[in-house]
Design a binder for this molecule. Sequence first.
Ligand SMILES: Cc1cc2nc3c(=O)[nH]c(=O)nc-3n(C[C@H](O)[C@H](O)[C@H](O)COP(=O)(O)OP(=O)(O)OC[C@H]3O[C@@H](n4cnc5c(N)ncnc54)[C@H](O)[C@@H]3O)c2cc1C
Length: 409
Amino acid sequence: MPKNIIVIGGGPAGLMAAITAARAGADVLILEKKDRPGRKLAITGKGRCNVSNTAPMREAIAHFFPKGKFLYQAFAQFFTPDLIRFFEEQGVSLKTERGGRMFPESDQAADIIHALLAAAKKANVIIRTSTPVQGLMVEQGRCVGVVTEKGERLPAAKVILTTGGASYPATGSTGDGYRLAGQVGHTIVPIRPALIPLTTAGDTAERLQGLSLKNAQVSVWVDNKKVTSLFGEMLFTHFGVSGPLILTLSSLIVDALGAKKSVMISIDLKPALDPKQLDDRLLRDIDLFGKRQSKTLFKGLLPASLIPVCLDATGIDSSLPANQITALQRKKLRNWLKDFQLPITGHRPLREAIITAGGVSTKEIDPRTMESKMCPGLFFAGEIMDIQADTGGFNLQAAFSTGWMAGKE
Ligand SMILES: Cc1cc2nc3c(=O)[nH]c(=O)nc-3n(C[C@H](O)[C@H](O)[C@H](O)COP(=O)(O)OP(=O)(O)OC[C@H]3O[C@@H](n4cnc5c(N)ncnc54)[C@H](O)[C@@H]3O)c2cc1C
């Protein structure tokens, strides 16, 4: 008799777990809370689905926090090349963009979902939508099935819990799995937003809203100590700062704010120039265009919306002829260009986070099988676990790899 397996949640982790188990000969039923599976998947990568990354395993693991070590076994058995092959078998080719980010050739997340659903159908996986799971059936410490919201009791030889995180709740990821895992004794590392935009003090960000800095060096200061510095692209919004660089730094900042520490970011607007080179550049510009007003001179130095902010911060009058800028004002300007400070006041709410940090402690999951160490018969995959990564396709690769691992016999 084939083993019967229930997968809770039809996201990328659940679909991959189900396909893998069914291909190995099991009878698989996915219970999905929403009216259709893969709703979060549909909005990934702004609808283009950054499905994986070309980074080699060691490098990919370094993108995970708190530590990606837990993923070694899953990645060793099912990694990017396997995922590429999987999608190719379904007729979906992937392409690579900046930073090794992989997308479907068509730029359509829907193609990724269709490929998964087609593979599931071919393997005879049954998907029941609009069926939220309410509880787990446990007998003598072993998970033996699930209870749906309607009270239906469905026995299973193996239950795979893949309910995702708790952000973008409209997609179905409302954090139910944390409660289910908690009920059988799992430790839930406190959940918090990760890859989340940040709010800043004052009206500076609002004045700059829409401005994108492609080559900024951002340093994070926690309780007046510099803790990290990263180079990349950031964006100003009406409430604060966002963009890839800020999202990457956000986990560290969310945790520091949670610990009631003061956080400030310092933006180096001229990272390619050291202070001496920058001073030489300023002197050269002043020499060449000494009669121009400061605000005009700055056009060669800064994006337009930054000019009034710069003039305010340095106290330089906008109409002051450039050759009347004093040495002290030039020093202030130089310092500001290398150290544009923005105090961070908070972050956007969890529901707006790209991923949920925290979740089921990986210490209580066997990395070779994804089986619970607390409750045999129960397995985990995907974002429900306390694993999270930067943007770049790593989170989806982790969902697919751990899903594959949880589904294999
Ligand atoms: C806007 C946005 C963009 C993103 N872009 C990318 C990207 O480009 N690349 C990348 O790598 N990652 C991206 N991510 C992150 C990525 O989407 C997630 O990490 C990934 O979807 C996690 O997969 P999962 O299967 O673990 O969970 P989910 O995709 O969240 O799926 C969980 C499923 O479980 C179902 N469920 C929940 N509770 C129950 C219940 N009680 N009973 C039954 N079913 C239930 C839900 O309805 C859902 O279908 C993005 C996230 C967001 C929000």
